[in-house]
Design a protein around this ligand. Sequence first.
Ligand code: 2RA
Length: 340
Amino acid sequence: MGYKVAVVGATGNVGREMLNILAERQFPVDEIAALASRRSLGTEVSFGDRTLKTQDLDTFDFTGWDIALFAIGSDATKEYAPKAAKAGCVVIDNSSLYRYDPDVPLVVPEVNADAVMGYSRKNIIANPNCSTAQMVVALKPLHDRARIKRVVVSTYQSVSGSGKEAMDELWNQTKGIFVPGQEVAPSVYPKQIAFNVIPQIDVFLDSGETKEEWKMVAETKKIMDPAIKVTATCVRVPVFVGHSEAVNIEFEDFLDEDEARDILREAPGVMVIDKREPGGYVTPIECVGDYATFVSRIRQDSTIENGLNLWVVSDNLRKGAALNAVQIAEVLGQRALKKG
Ligand code: 2RA
């Protein structure tokens, strides 16, 4: 016996990946519903070798459904997630709406799987932001060994994190640069993204940091340890899929780079590719479609007493969103919503 699973926002980048990953990992599904807004109604999406027609989220009745994976914006989530949760369906939400709610667990299964059980407070579990998810997968095993005091992270985030329109903007702007008269002005982004980098992701806050940077701080604390200090600079780069991060870590205790490499090799969800030769590291193109968080360039930071540098790369639509949500559903199934 399996689960009745709804994917909300099934026509978006993340919703489609959720359906792919549920099928790939053979999540025990008895019934599947692909839900979308009225404007995408009837659009077909793939689920393994099946094709599903999207149904109207607005009129869908969640009664009797076990799990809903939400991949829509915060405003729509605010309207529909409480309806689903009230109907007894556990919501796993990819928006930022519930991430900082003390009554909603924020979960990365490799890091804090036990927190899933807090779902029962509101029938909602939050999925973290993509840039946080891959970072904490790499940080947790190192924190367990040497206690992290402070993290300085710079991100290089792909345009798929902003949705399909942003991917089109990068594609069309790139083509337009070579074809006179077909230049494409920035519309999703505040500046040209083709052949450029933009040091702004999400809105600016009064502190001067952007909301994406603030999310990395707040979410790392909630998922891993409130004592860890994080400072982030988040940058959009002209890459379609795959977020990269240069991470500098200061520990309480000394951690040798070779020991760190060994720890990361054994860590769940991590793949170490770290040869000190040209190309002996992972770039975003190589991580597309993969489940792992790749760690490369592991090396001592000799400017501080107990410091390490890492290069961390992952498929932002997978570990950063859809895969993490399906992994949460798997833990929920094993620990709480047992079937058959
Ligand atoms: C981004 N953080 O990459 C977003 C996606 N969740 O813009």
